[in-house]
Structure formats: C-alpha cells, structure tokens
Write a protein that binds this ligand. Structure first.
Ligand code: FES
Length: 92
C-alpha cells in the first residue's frame, strides 16, 4: 500500500494499492482533486506533486498538451494520467 496526502484538502491522507491512478484514488476517498473528463482531455485535474515525485510514473503525451515544460519540471501532473507506486503529497 502507498499513502497519498491531499494537501489542498487539509492534508487528508489515505492508503491505496501501489500503482493506483491518482484521480481514481481521489474520487474513491474524496480527496478533492478537481476533474471533469477523467480521460486526459480537459486539464482540470492539474495538480502539483509536492513530495514523492520519484514515485510517479512517466509523464504522458496528453499531459504535455496542458502542462508547460516549466510546470512539468516543477512537479505538475494531470491526476487522471498519473499512477503512483509510493507515497506522494499533492496540491492543486
Ligand atoms: S480530468 Fe480531464 S484531463 Fe484529467
């Protein structure tokens, strides 16, 4: 199991199986990450991995349409496109 901390939701911390999709965990556990499409199209689920970036999978092409190289470099991801295999803390 991994721990996911939703910093913009009062630091709410939940557990999830390794390699979970960040937005799906947020939906299941009411983590509070904003979303609309759930499919990598709208960009609403933009969030920042403040800690544990090394525990996220590779950035997807869909994310590059919504996030600038600078944003990607500072840890921004799209939650619906991001899978976590270790503890992370995320803000939005
Ligand atoms: S919810 Fe639309 S891109 Fe992630």
């Amino acid at each position: 199991m991994v721990q996911i901390t939703f910093l913009s939701n009062g630091g709410k911390t939940v557990e999830a199986p390794a390699n979970s999709n960040l937005l799906r965990v947020s939906l299941r556990e009411q983590g509070g990450i904003p979303f609309k499409c759930g499919g990598g199209l709208c960009g609403t689920c933009k969030c920042k991995v403040e800690a544990g970036r090394e525990h996220t999978d590779d950035v997807k092409q869909k994310e590059r349409r919504h996030l600038s190289p600078e944003e990607l470099a500072s840890g921004y991801r799209m939650a619906c496109q991001t899978f976590v295999n270790g503890n992370v803390s995320v803000s939005w």
